[in-house]
Design a protein around this ligand. Structure first.
Ligand SMILES: Nc1ncnc2c1ncn2[C@@H]1O[C@H](COP(=O)(O)OP(=O)(O)OP(=O)(O)O)[C@@H](O)[C@H]1O
Length: 308
């Protein structure tokens, strides 16, 4: 198997007695872009912090490229890059110095060529002599990535890389992340923007209340759990759905001008042909129709909503 990260039966109970992770099992494949989604407090940060050696697990085992994160901490940690949300380094430092310093923290010798390549890849080269405080928010985020890449990690954690940034910068960051993946880095991304996972991820994992409740290929997930809706815009409004159409379980919108039919994209039959025949027979005419596929966001909300 080519897992770069292997997590088995990982649990964490904080001193307060709160169990933040419950027997988590997860395999991350080399080169993939994995999005870890979960509502606030689900355990994402705890999981990443354990892998990076910031928090100690209560039980379970994690290996990074075969290195146990406890017994073989240094080797495991040197494989990992962590991009936090905030830049906490000295604002007076230059881009060049701060990125070189990050490399040095891992005991790696100077490698100006490599640092130059990292800065060029992130479009930071012309800013290399700038002090951090003079950079825009977007450039600061790039510096965070450059710092995390300076010691040549093979596994990169991006913790909400686009939290609080505008749409334009978010798309710019997505391009950066895609380029990184093309260079062979395995990426684990946590995000609150489900659209981000929808756009970038190969696989999606959903964590809720300390448990991984789903791990799935993104395309498969959207196909499996996705629903489609067909909306028929009626030529004349109706006040109620005729009994003859009851079996189709339609919804009528508030103005009585549109009928909405929800169907399963996996089903062998969508039921649309029968629906249209019955609608015709019921004397209802429509002037337009359109279909809509549910988004990853809708699937996610369904998955994590508390059972009633
Ligand atoms: N040091 C701690 N002591 C006690 N409980 C903690 C500690 N750190 C985190 N927790 C609790 O563990 C749970 C998981 O927290 P964690 O930060 O891992 O969640 P998260 O999924 O990253 O959430 P967010 O998206 O809000 O960052 C939360 O209920 C949190 O209150």
């Amino acid at each position: 198997m080519s897992s770069i990260l292997s997590i088995s039966n990982l649990s964490k109970t904080y001193d307060s007695g709160f169990q933040a992770l419950k027997a988590v099992n997860l395999e991350i494949e080399r080169g993939e872009l994995f999005a870890l989604l979960g509502p606030n407090g689900a355990g994402k940060t705890t999981l990443i912090s354990i892998i990076c050696g910031i928090v100690t697990a209560s039980s379970g085992k994690v290996t990074v490229d075969g290195h146990d994160i406890v017994r073989d901490f240094r080797a495991a940690r040197s494989m990992i890059g962590l991009v936090p949300q905030e830049l906490t380094t000295d604002a007076f430092e230059t881009v060049w110095d701060t990125v070189n310093f990050s490399r040095g923290l891992f005991g790696k010798g100077k490698n100006p060529d490599l640092v130059e390549r990292v800065l060029r890849d992130l479009s930071l080269w012309d800013k290399k002599d700038n002090r951090l405080m003079t950079l825009s928010g977007g450039m600061k985020r790039r510096v965070l990535i450059a710092k995390a890449l300076a010691h040549e990690p093979r596994l990169l954690f991006l913790d909400e890389p686009t939290a609080g940034v505008d749409v334009e910068l978010r798309r710019d960051m997505w391009r950066v992340v895609r380029r990184l993946q093309e260079t062979g880095v395995t990426i684990i991304l946590t995000t609150h923007y489900i659209e981000e996972a929808e756009d970038l991820a190969d696989r999606v994992g959903v964590i809720n209340k300390g448990e991984i409740i789903l791990v799935e290929n993104k395309a498969e997930l959207m196909h499996k759990l996705g629903r489609k809706q067909l909306t028929l815009h009626l030529a004349e409004p109706i006040t109620a759905i005729p009994d003859a159409l009851a079996e189709h379980q339609l919804e009528l919108n508030a103005s009585g001008e549109a009928l909405v039919y929800t169907y399963d994209t996996r089903g062998e039959r969508t039921g649309i042909t029968a629906l249209l025949q019955d609608i015709h027979a019921a004397g209802i005419r429509f002037r337009d129709l359109n279909t809509k596929q549910s988004s990853l966001e809708e699937i996610f909300v369904d998955l994590v909503k508390a059972p009633s």
